[in-house]
Design a protein around this ligand. Sequence first.
Ligand code: CA
Length: 644
Amino acid sequence: MMKKIIIAILAAFPVFNLFGQQFRSPDGRLAVELSCGDGQPAYTLTYDNTPSIVSSSLGLVLDCADFSKNLSIDKDGIRIDTVQVEYSLGKIKKSKVSHKAVEAVVPFTSAGKPAFDLILHISDNDLAFKYRISRIGDHRIAQVREECTSFVFPDGSTTFLCPASTPMGGWKRTWPSYETKYEADGEMGHNGEGYGYTFPCLFHLPQAWVLVSETGVDGTYCASRLTGRGGSRYDLGFPDPAEMNGAGSACPMIRIPGETPWRTITVGTDLSPIVETTIPFDVMRPKYSSSREYVFGRGTWSWIIGMDAWTNYEKQIEYIDLAEALGYESVLIDAGWDWRIGRGRIAELAEYAAGKGIGLYLWYNSNGAWNDAEGSPYDRMDRSKARREEMAWLQSLGVRGIKVDFFGGDKQEMMQLYEDILTDAEDYGIMVIFHGCTLPRGWERMYPNYVASEAVLASENLYFFQQSCDEEAYCATLHPFIRNSVGSMDFGGSALNKRYGGNNDSGNFRKTSDVFALATAVLFQSPVQHFALAPNNLQDAPEWAVDFMKSVPTTWEDIRFIEGYPGKYVILARKSAGKWYIVGVNAQEETVQTTIPLKGLIDKKTVRLYSDDTDLNGSVKEVRTGRKNQIEVKIPCNGGFVIE
Ligand code: CA
């Protein structure tokens, strides 16, 4: 009891000590300490008094002021509050979020005048912070030349990072598009391919795990990244000037008063807080309310198996019928529909689908003039008038959503385009998926009609490269800890074809099992999933696999990390409509053999277990949970399991 009271007091008031001001999470275990020794603003972050971030710089360099040095903390101006974070959001990993957080406003001054306020939001495993500028003389705008936030990790940490790609590199000069590979347990001290690392960034410390990201980025700022500065130091970095073929600015312009997006750091002694965090959404608010009920759910998508050639009227009829047979809610028609099918016949398809209660998603090129990406329609999403005309037409057809592809990087101008597309689409009741794009940063909460983004080496690579098929399990074991932890991920997976090809007799070989495909339908989170199932799967795939894919949900009430290690294997549970699904996949040579306690998840005498034998042949059986209420599972390499 006494300990609880002391922790409560510690949490409620900043501790003034020799070094600076300390602020603690509601449970007292996560502590951020701010200091200004020699005028240099800095912070450290500890969990259970063990450093997660060792002393790291803070500050902003603006065109009109240098707030990176000669600063002081205005101790008398500090305000601190305990807040209850409470909201419902049916399209993220957890539909009802409820916990306490400590919020603090810490004013920094420069020569006696206000510099910036550092705004802190500290929940039990998350620190979010941002800079707010209230006044600089008569200035009404400022360019942020540099944000001096850095992240220095303890010695002995390893990294799980994804290099930002060369601007204007890649296919049709479409990079960067967050489609590079994560390296598991990499060493510190590098800077990717010279352009830093895209968020989120995972670090394995000697005694903790730390996930660094950002949230709340819209057209008022650029999207940021981490730049490796050698040793264990990483700095917040801005987009490369060469993005958008050099157009736009790498440095954001802000209004005064104004603020930066939130920088977020999630810390856990195990991986549960990393997998289960809701910090990208906790600190955001909806940018507009919607009177509409958006329909999430499952869909079919021909392009992933048949590519452009299948974007024709007859195939799309087949895929609408497939969606109906599976009980799905939508069909995604990919690039080139405007000339391969034609607008008139798209209207016919929309009507045919509507007759079955199925909605269409249509693909768009975001260009514009930021890369050479082929694929039409283009010139429909980059400017307001054309975009709104197009969306009015889509609405008249009852089209449910759009998938907009091939964006031009992370500069502020491009972030404004994402926001404009979402905002206009809301006016016409249209949901939005982004591809060839940046990471979503709190958008699930900010924009009611936002669905998901690619920003991952998604299923198309399984079609393109055998190597991606060979590494499918490895990548799948990374996403729940990193990319998919901070935002909905449009992956387009769960193929049951043996090969990525039209007739299942050509194309790259899938190395993962059918149970693996089922498991990833739960493992990967997005409120809308267009699965890579093909019409032939109704005949040639195991009946139990098709039946599971018919019933799998895409929206979730809750999540529980069970065990795993990024790059090796992962086991987690998600709950939908009161029912837990426990799933796992394994990328390691050796079979994972473990016992899963069902306490707090499932309280039944028997459960249904989908699992693989050593040759990756799947089967489903009813298994007794026994007196100990637990289940033994074995996951062979490239295999999976599902318990429901
Ligand atoms: Ca892509």
